[in-house]
Write a protein that binds this ligand. Sequence first.
Ligand code: ADP
Ligand code: MG
Length: 385
Amino acid sequence: MSDKKVISAPAMLGMLGGGQLGRFFVIAAHELGYKVTVLDPDKNSPAGQIADVHLCANYDDETALAQMAATCAAISTEFENVPAETLSFLAQHTVVHPSAEAVSIAQYRVKEKGFFRDSGLPVGPFVAVQKAEDLPQDGDMYPAVLKVARFGYDGKGQARVANYTEALAAFDNFKQEVCVLEKMLELDCELSVVLARDAQGNIAAFPTAENKHLNGILDISIVPARVSEVLKAKAQELAKQLATKLNYVGILGVEMFVVDGKLLLNEIAPRPHNSGHYTIDACITNQFEQQVRIITGLPLGSAHQHSAAVMVNILGDSWFHGEKNSVLEPAWNKALQHGALKLHLYGKQEPRKARKMGHFTALGDNVDEVLNQALVARSELHIGE
Ligand code: ADP
Ligand code: MG
């Protein structure tokens, strides 16, 4: 459907997915006077809890989708694995961003990496593995990471393999699901750029973040990234180029590796990104407000960062203590003694190890000092104990 005209509040917007990204979208939409319908099969989902309407159904449930199509003036997604057919169906009836096509590329690693390569964008060595014979025997590709092509996230569905034999075993272990084998790279660091691109092609890119991962899960984002101005600018340029080549409309998270001082694309997320959470507290317009603005046809807001920021993810691990794994709420009061620290908890009912339960962002003028403060605050929560 055409989306030239502005959709004014208090229209009903739709969100596919009810996780924390959806929850922040609901908050941003409410701030701008909109109502939100969330579709998520979990009755306690973080976004569903605060939505005006929560459709507790699967992402291909025809009745729920028909209701969204009939009642939502514009729809977006926070869940990368929403079926492409769901987006195409909804797009026949209402405004939907991002497109089914863009999402289908981002959710399938084979297409995603192929898109980078075919577009002439920098990407590390990889091979698509549809069947065991596709696994390279060539020693140059090892050590490597074997990643399932669909439904992997937070390091899940990945195996590090030293050689061909291990790769074969890992492929079997993944039940011979389609995979991508990537050469293991020696990373100088990891960067990401989250950007907003509207239907007219205007882009507002948020400042480049430096990301540290632990066990394949984002642990900390540091912004501004502690790399050269030139590299930060190149990262911005690469993300914009990619979004334009994809003809992308919506919020795009672009993950990059830095290897020998050069950028390589890792993966893209067709939705707000965990490494963009710092924008909630450190930028004039945050990534979720931009998502609302894009689907409603409002002008993009300023992506200007007014404070140095360090975002720390809080995983369910922080609830578990001692050998007995007794469950205790982290000491929020201690972290909150730091005046320039903003805590966000997602309302998840049950802490589980490796589950993202919340995050905090430490703010200030100097990124090195902010990083120190963030690490002190984290140690006081007993995170990672
Ligand atoms: P996910 O979808 O789980 O985020 P990623 O492909 O981004 O999967 O991998 C998670 C993390 O694992 C990356 O951020 C990086 O730290 C590490 N990693 C992934 N692929 C490689 C690689 N080819 N070489 C080195 N490290 C990698
Ligand atoms: Mg990733």
